[in-house]
Design a protein around this ligand. Sequence first.
Ligand code: FES
Length: 232
Amino acid sequence: MPDKIKFTIDGKECLAEPGQTIYEAARANGVYIPVLCHYEGLKPVGSCRICSVRVNGRWMASCTQPVTEGMVIENAVPEVEEFRKAIIEMLLVEGNHFCPTCEKSGNCELQALAYRYQIMVPQFPYLFPKREIEAFPGFLLEHNRCIQCQRCVRAIQTRDGQKIFTMKNRSKDVRVNVDRKLAAKMSEDQIQKAMDICPVGAILKKEVGFRLPIGKRKYDHRPIGSEIEEKK
Ligand code: FES
């Protein structure tokens, strides 16, 4: 069996399995690195950059970068944390995120990160873009809240491998696109999976939004990242 890889994160000596990404290895060593586009079990795409770290002085996305011997990783240092905070702020102003009325409040990773990074008022102006809400037989697609992480694109497919969610347009007009014919055939479980895998409240299974009351949700009492940090 190949030897373990030695590296450090913020001065802490850690060990990784060969092939692990920095994010995976950090997690295994009780170090929290925030992610948004990444989801366990899905191929990482490295698009949101919230998981950025500095490695030997260079910026890298920890969800795509494999660990190598002797890496010196900076994670919870002011410059890296400020960079992540700015990304969260940009995501908040770029869409329309009205947490108090959102069905996903308390289960939303973007909201939980905003709390973790103590964002009160973003440093950037709100753009208030005009976005639509689309309805499908079993779910709603709320484009106002979508952060284009592409988790749904990667996770939800038909049995024969056809993508139900894809991306269309470019730059500020990029949107999730749903194949209406395929969406009409989605099972209840698939719709639930799409809703659960969405880090925000963009995919909403009909009639279940408030089944679990606000106050009893995932991040209502446990800040994001605490499940990893508590294992230290
Ligand atoms: Fe790594 Fe999005 S979580 S780039």
